[in-house]
Write a protein that binds this ligand. Sequence first.
Ligand code: IVH
Length: 676
Amino acid sequence: MSKKVIPASVKAEARKLREELNYHTYRYYSLDDPVISDAEYDELYRKLLDIEEEYPLLVTADSPTRRVGPPPAEGFTPVRHRGRMLSLDNAFNADELKAFAERVGRGLGGRSSSVEYVCELKMDGVAVALTYEDGVFTKGATRGDGEVGEDITPNLRTVPAVPLKLLSDKPPTLIEVIGEVFMPEASFQNLNKERLEKGEPVFANPRNAAAGSLRQLNPAVTASRSLSMVTFGVAFSTGEIPQHHSEELDYLRELGFRLGEHNAGYPTIEEAADYCLTWQEKRRELEYEIDGVVVKVDSRVQQAALGATSKSPRWAIAFKFPPEEKTTRVERILVSVGRTGVLTPVAVMEPVFVGGSTVTHATLHNEDEVKRKDVRVGDTVIVRKAGDVIPEIVKVVTDKRPRGASHFEMPARCPVCNSKVEREEGEAATRCVNIACPAQTFGRIAHFAGRGAMDIDGLGEVTISLLLEKGFIADVGDIFFVTREHLNQLPGFKDKSVENLMNAIDAARDRPFWRLLYGLGIRHVGAHMAQVLAKEFPSVDAISSASEEQLIAVEGVGPSIAESVTFFFDQQENLSVVEKLRKAGVRMADEARVIRRGGPLEKKTFVLTGALEGFTREEASEIIEELGGRVTSSVSKKTDYVLAGEEPGSKLDKARELGVQVIDEAEFKRITGAGT
Ligand code: IVH
């Protein structure tokens, strides 16, 4: 390739365009105060793009056209943070906030009257660290475990609120800034709407959506996700950092960063507490989710004097909001029947917006639970989201109970098939005794096809209902005899979707044996137990002929599990389903056990902790075992590797203590060759 000589005027023009565009991005995304129209912006952008296409040598790392670059070749590389990214201690009410101020006072030798506080909204997103070298954005990483995060530079480049170049003539040689990437509520709603339309799983909340969007291997996907970012601190700088946190924030703004809205300084902890309580009330008025307020000591000299514990600074605290509670009214209590025949009472309520979404249903779990809470039709109830996800009824407002509201009674007959129901001594669950109950049939098939089990993509609840209604399937074995002609008769199925589902069904024939075992839905046999059993009895023939004694001999298998396994394989209906599956060519044994011996991970022991992004735990275990390794549940000196995902638990600390090698997901992929 011949190098074109670049005329000085073009160089200057490119530089000018870059600077202008970066400035306007800053006005638009960081200040929310644009000074040119979108069309004018686009025109400048095109001009720069044209120049760069003609003279590729002019492309710089801070060019606004580089916001979307090529995807990284493989996973994410670990990056060590320059300063440790600490987390924060929590306070759940004004008293705990006061106690924090008292600790601060003591820590400073009783001079608490001179402490000033800065309050910032606590954005509910993903913490990131951004590195700028000579003013140019060069590296962006997730928080990870606080010491080592993941390099997500190409993805962060696509976030418009991340300045590619600092607005300073004399930027520090090196500066690391920390902030929070988040997804505004409206973008989150839109994204989920689109995903629903495309039949993709929706995100539970904006935080998960932001995290998922940042951890994309293809930055173009991140770019399409409307993410924003606020910054709240300098973790490291070769230059001077102002003496007060409030000035540090001003400094960040001058450098071109977006700050949180509503940051405020107060001379007393009481005023800081007022700020917290005010925002607790007003949090829903914001266009994004916050989960609390961060209260920080303003003086950096005092911050330094207070220092930090191994986990969190002593000069800051997170005031966490309690889950939001609302009142609504119970319209009726319906009883649903699951795959094991268990009857679950569910309260259907007047729609109420709580904890970021509209809620209409809340499970009441079982008969005893309804009695304990004494929920009745017509009752006014207080609802909230448990763990901020699952709606629950906290309690009944008995003062508002309508006269004559009667106790809930568990139906004496199955609401779906009208068979008898039973509640065994000592059990909380009431069950429909009819194994052929349509609700059970449906539940069993949905479980079998579900993600944790045979994972048949495209065979969701709606399709299963349609197939059952048309009489094309009656049990899980029939799934493999569904034909193109059958699918063509279902509403909404086109050539492409028929083809996809046929392929997905076919692929399920070759799932590892434990998935089949789990998919059969034997009582007490969850995904983990299925794996334990499949290891000892690696085929349908082996497990179906095992005696209770043989089963109990396996570590982790108790009498009730052993009994339900033998019971299952004693039932003629179940045996004929198994035969149907065998005829359909579904894998009935674990041939992989043969491959295992001599695998590259032979005799290596793994412990998993935290959530992985690219795999479920079962999948990771499967990969390890297929390569000859073993997965155990607790860390000991004999553990070879601890695979740590997001938010790892105490197992990580244990591993560090014992000097066991800790690997992250990227490393795991490298070792196993998985996901590449
Ligand atoms: S300061 C050394 N300020 O909350 C202290 N954190 O639980 C560093 N967060 O990981 C944190 N808004 O992701 C700070 N205004 C704010 C924040 C904030 C959100 C997140 C941050 C951090 C977590 C701490």
